[in-house]
Ligand binder design. Structure first.
Ligand SMILES: Cc1cc2nc3c(=O)[nH]c(=O)nc-3n(C[C@H](O)[C@H](O)[C@H](O)COP(=O)(O)O)c2cc1C
Length: 191
C-alpha cells in the first residue's frame, strides 16, 4: 500500500512538509509506503480550459510541458493521496490550485480515476485562513468520489517561519491521529 503526498508550498521542506512528514510517520509504522512530491522550484501552470482531456480520454492532461502528468501517474498508482498546502491569503497556494484544477478535470473526463482512494488535506498557517484552505482541498476529494478520514481537529498546524510548526503540539498531534486513521481506513478498504 502506498500514500503519495504533494506539497504545494513554494518553500521546500517547510511547515507543510513537516506536517506531512508527521502523518507519514504513523503510516510507515503500519507498513504503508510513502512518497513526497514538493512543488517548490518546479513549474506548474493553471488549467487552460482546452477540454482536450474530455476528447482524448487518455487519463492525461493535454498540457505536457510541466509536472502535472507525472503527478497524475503517481496519484493513479497510490492508494491514498495527501494534498498539503500553506495558507496563502486565506486559501491554498497557486501551485496546489493548479494541481487540483488540472488533475480534477482529467479525473472527471475519465470516469473519476481517483474514486474510492483515501484523501487527506494538510494545511500550514501562520494565523488565519487555514479552514478555508482545508475546505478547498476537500472539495476536490469529495467531487472525486474519494474517502476522507478525520482527526481530532481540522488538519492544520500553526507557524510562520520554516520549522515553527514543530512548536505546535496540538497541530502535530492532529497529524499523528490523521495518520493513524488514514492507515486504519486504508487497511479496511483493502479487506
Ligand atoms: C504569499 C503568502 C501568503 C500568506 N498568507 C497567509 C494567510 O492568509 N494567513 C496566514 O495565517 N498565513 C499566511 N502566510 C504564512 C504561511 O501560511 C505560513 O508561513 C506557513 O507556515 C508556510 O508554510 P510552508 O513553510 O510550508 O511554506 C502567507 C505566506 C505567504 C508567502
Amino acid at each position: 500500500m502506498k500514500v503519495m503526498a504533494f506539497n504545494g508550498s513554494a518553500r521546500k521542506d517547510g511547515n507543510t512538509a513537516i506536517l506531512i512528514g508527521t502523518v507519514f510517520g504513523e503510516l510507515e509504522k503500519e507498513g504503508i509506503e510513502t512518497e513526497l512530491f514538493q512543488f517548490a522550484g518546479k513549474k506548474i501552470q493553471g488549467c487552460i480550459a482546452c477540454y482536450k482531456c474530455f476528447k482524448n480520454k487518455d487519463q492525461r492532461c493535454s498540457v505536457k510541458k510541466d509536472v502535472v502528468n507525472e503527478c497524475i501517474e503517481k496519484m493513479v498508482e497510490a492508494d491514498g493521496i495527501i494534498l498539503g498546502s500553506p495558507t496563502y491569503f486565506a486559501d491554498i497556494s497557486p501551485q496546489m490550485k493548479a494541481l487540483i484544477d488540472r488533475t480534477g478535470l482529467v479525473s472527471r473526463a475519465n470516469g473519476d480515476m481517483f474514486r474510492r482512494k483515501v484523501g487527506a488535506a494538510v494545511i500550514a498557517v501562520r494565523r488565519g485562513g487555514a479552514i478555508h484552505a482545508f475546505d478547498s482541498i476537500n472539495h476536490f476529494f469529495f467531487i472525486s468520489q474519494m474517502i476522507v478520514p478525520g482527526s481530532i481537529y481540522w488538519n492544520m498546524g500553526f507557524g510562520l517561519d520554516k520549522g515553527a510548526v514543530k512548536e505546535d503540539a496540538e497541530g502535530l498531534q492532529t497529524m499523528r491521529i490523521l495518520g493513524q486513521n488514514m492507515a486504519w481506513l486504508l487497511k479496511k478498504i483493502q479487506e
